[in-house]
Design a protein around this ligand. Structure first.
Ligand SMILES: [Zn+2]
Length: 121
């Protein structure tokens, strides 16, 4: 793969290069896409594989707890800061990919399903 110098095709590539050159300045703060700026998320262990209506119908108490935020944890992506740097987003992407690889190697289908959930940090 040849790396073109001084031919950034997009602002994104340019920013990526800048981020690599200057680890101290990782670009502007972005609203955390994982918690949407809330600083917290529902614990991914609860619903990363998707809850169905039945899960709530079978257990109304669980539904109530879930809705009341009892399972909320500090957002692992932004660590509760509500904002995030692009470099961290790339890290989350990488972490999700790593989790998926590990789950696949272990033949752990359940983990594999939730592996792409960025709420795991
Ligand atoms: Zn967040």
């Amino acid at each position: 793969m040849s790396r073109k110098m001084h031919h950034s095709n997009s602002m994104e590539e340019f920013e990526e290069e800048m981020a690599q050159d200057a680890p101290e300045d990782q670009g502007p703060w972005l609203v955390c896409p994982v918690c949407n700026g809330e600083g917290k998320t529902v614990n991914p262990n609860i619903d990363c594989n998707g809850l169905t209506r039945e899960d709530f119908d079978d257990d109304p108490d669980f539904r109530e707890d879930y809705m009341s935020g009892m399972y909320d944890i500090t957002c692992q992506a932004c660590r509760g800061l509500r904002v995030i740097k692009k470099a961290r987003i790339e890290e989350l992407e990488q972490n999700a990919e790593d989790r998926r690889m590990t789950a696949r190697e272990n033949g752990d289908f359940e983990s594999w399903c939730g592996a792409g959930d960025w709420r795991f940090g």
